[in-house]
Design a binder for this molecule. Structure first.
Ligand SMILES: NC(=O)c1ccc[n+]([C@@H]2O[C@H](COP(=O)([O-])OP(=O)(O)OC[C@H]3O[C@@H](n4cnc5c(N)ncnc54)[C@H](OP(=O)(O)O)[C@@H]3O)[C@@H](O)[C@H]2O)c1
Length: 274
């Protein structure tokens, strides 16, 4: 592992829950928050992958994460997690809902009902259960963030992506409703479209694609960390990582920090969607 970046303590004392922390974007985000000083609560089903995250965080000399093996398809586990967080910390500062599944890319009429149900369960219902379980904890924090990961196919559906597109469109609606409900509280909601990214999900969707042409999950970490900053509110609407990245590249080195969450990094097209 490369040496960790200088620890600026930005997230010292803040508790951050990340779903889907066993691989891909969620893992990179969990590691990023831990390196920035946060107490990370990492969830996913794969115990060994959670332990590997723990190893990486510990070997960087950061606070040990709390590992929570959990199948999001079983919503009661989230209720239990909420109760445990309440007991231990009394609040939750940041929640990043990164877990997701693609299901199968196939015509709707051919889609197995079990696959439909699984995709809707993990990508949509689990996020409703997450909000339900974590809302009191987020409201108890002085300046909380709820960050959800969506996809370009939510706004631009296309053939064969039925369950996934419907689940992400539902998730965007859910997040928008939650943002409205928390408008006058200390909770702010952000929705991020990562665009194509070098992960297992993307490889499943586009097996012929050269993964080396895609950004690595670590590249989205600064955006997610910026959205969790307490000195600014995230923009409403869907924040496009490809647009944010392009804007950052245009600004060149030295301009990067202040322009991190510019409003015009909102949703735009980003090539083949996932
Ligand atoms: N990669 C892209 O190009 C892309 C583009 C647009 C949007 N996104 C979105 O970004 C998010 C992260 O995607 P990714 O590409 O990083 O995916 P990934 O590499 O496939 O990782 C998915 C994560 O979700 C977890 N997960 C899946 N089913 C679960 C379940 N039933 N219970 C608990 N955890 C579960 C997995 O953990 P376990 O298997 O260990 O449970 C894993 O940690 C997703 O919401 C995805 O829709 C990705």
């Amino acid at each position: 592992m490369a040496p960790p970046p200088a620890h600026d303590g930005q997230f010292d004392g803040r508790t951050v829950l990340v779903t889907g922390a066993t691989r891909g974007i969620g893992r990179a985000v969990a590691l990023g928050f831990a390196l920035a000083g946060a107490q990370v609560i990492a969830t996913g089903r794969t115990q060994g992958a959670l332990e590997s995250l723990d190893d990486d965080i510990r070997s960087a000399g950061r606070k040990r994460p709390t590992l929570v093996p959990l199948d999001l398809a079983e919503g009661d586990g989230l209720d239990r997690l909420g109760a445990a967080i309440h007991q231990r910390w009394g609040q939750l500062d940041v929640m990043v809902a990164a877990a997701g599944i693609l299901g199968l890319t196939t015509p709707i009429a051919h889609l197995d009902p079990k696959v439909w149900e699984q995709v809707i369960n993990v990508n949509l219902t689990a996020n409703y259960r997450l909000v339900r379980a974590m809302d009191p904890l987020l409201r108890a924090a002085p300046n909380a963030r709820a960050i959800f990961l969506t996809s370009g196919v939510a706004a631009h559906p296309r053939a064969f992506w039925g369950a996934y597109a419907a689940s992400k469109a539902g998730l965007e609606a859910l997040a928008a409703v939650y943002a409205d409900e928390t408008e006058h509280t200390n909770v702010r909601v952000a929705v991020v479209n990562p665009g194509p990214m070098r992960t297992r999900m993307r490889a499943q969707a586009f097996p012929g694609e050269d993964p080396l042409t895609l950004p690595e999950p670590v590249e989205i970490v600064p955006l997610i960390l910026d959205l969790a900053r307490t000195d600014q509110s995230p923009p409403s609407g869907v924040i496009s990582f490809p647009a944010w990245r392009e804007q950052r590249a245009d600004q060149g080195p030295g301009q990067e920090k202040g322009a991190a969450v510019a409003g015009d990094a909102l949703s735009s097209s980003e090539g083949p969607k996932a």
